[in-house]
Design a protein around this ligand. Structure first.
Ligand SMILES: [Zn+2]
Length: 299
């Protein structure tokens, strides 16, 4: 695995606890309890500092002193958008297209980007990539306006086909849970998406199925059985034969589930806004930005 180079290994208490820090973010430890949360492993994401970026060969154009060739032309990766290149009206009015390498096969394909106003919520940037060569499709959602004051937890009762059709905006910092199935999916496993409740359940199923596929050789029978049992349970949910609660927990407060009764409260949705913990802020990279006035008042 390529990340091992960038990985430091600290044996904290002999055979009691091991801490792995991987600045490339690719390090992976098998979860023997999959698809349930691993009670004996804790994953903390952090924002790389400049030195760590340099170890990985990531330099900002200001550090290098020259504009990378890629930014001067329209080909290659994301084209740099200069201030005043597009007005807000432009973004609302049209879909911007730029070429990107396909995340699946690497052949250049088109990414469409559009600023969209989610009703009763806020503006988001939706980026959709369709690859003609291999058929790969993906959509990524980025919040158009930073991190909210508070974290937000949304519980959605999924009882009928009607509940499947709710629009969902799951930001890239939002984790998912289905308490009835003892299932939790971390924020990065299923990235930012603008979809429906059904689309999210399908994505969770795909995530767990692919997780199972990774360990098809190494996983013990118990893990394999647990994964296939989970897939069967989720199929029952998708067929409308089982009621569940879908929990979206977004410390950045940028996730949203469509209400059927807006502005009156919707009995199918419970929204709780909460103060972020120190660990949440660490993960969002907020502590490093607020070193001057930060008060450590929680853990
Ligand atoms: Zn492709």
């Amino acid at each position: 695995m390529c990340c091992v180079l960038a990985c430091t290994f600290i044996d904290v208490f002999m055979l009691v606890e091991q801490v792995f820090e991987d600045i490339s973010g690719k390090f992976f430890v098998e979860n023997p309890y999959a698809p349930q949360k691993d009670p004996r492993t804790e994953v903390v994401r952090f924002v790389r500092n400049t030195d760590q970026d340099h170890i990985l060969g990531i330099y900002s154009s200001s550090k290098v002193g020259v504009e990378p060739e890629i930014m001067k032309t329209n080909s290659g990766l994301l084209r740099k958008i200069n201030e005043n290149d597009f007005t807000l009206e432009d973004l609302h009015g049209e879909v911007l297209q730029f070429p990107t390498p396909c995340p699946n096969c690497g052949i250049e394909c088109q990414t469409n980007m559009k600023l969209t106003n989610v009703p009763h919520f806020k503006e988001v940037v939706i980026m959709a990539t369709n690859c003609d060569a291999c058929g790969h499709r993906s959509n990524e959602v980025k919040s158009g306006c930073g991190i909210e004051e508070k974290g937000r937890r949304i519980e959605v009762k999924v009882r009928s086909r009607e509940d499947f059709s709710r629009d969902v905006l799951k930001s890239e910092t939002c984790s998912l849970e289905v308490p009835e199935l003892d299932l939790s999916v971390g924020p990065y496993a299923v990235g930012g998406r603008f979809t429906t409740v059904e689309g999210l359940l399908v994505a969770m199923k795909e995530q767990v199925t692919s997780q199972g596929a990774v360990f098809i050789d190494s996983a013990d029978d118990e893990t394999k059985n647990r994964i296939s049992k989970f897939v069967a349970e989720l199929d029952a949910v998708l067929e409308g034969n089982r009621e569940i609660t879908l929990v979206l927990d977004d410390p950045a407060g940028n996730s949203y589930v469509q209400s059927f009764t807006h502005p009156a409260p919707d009995s199918g949705i419970t929204i709780t806004d909460y103060e972020r913990t120190y660990a949440h802020n660490e993960e969002l990279g907020l502590n490093a930005m607020n070193v001057d006035n930060y008060e450590k008042n929680d853990n």
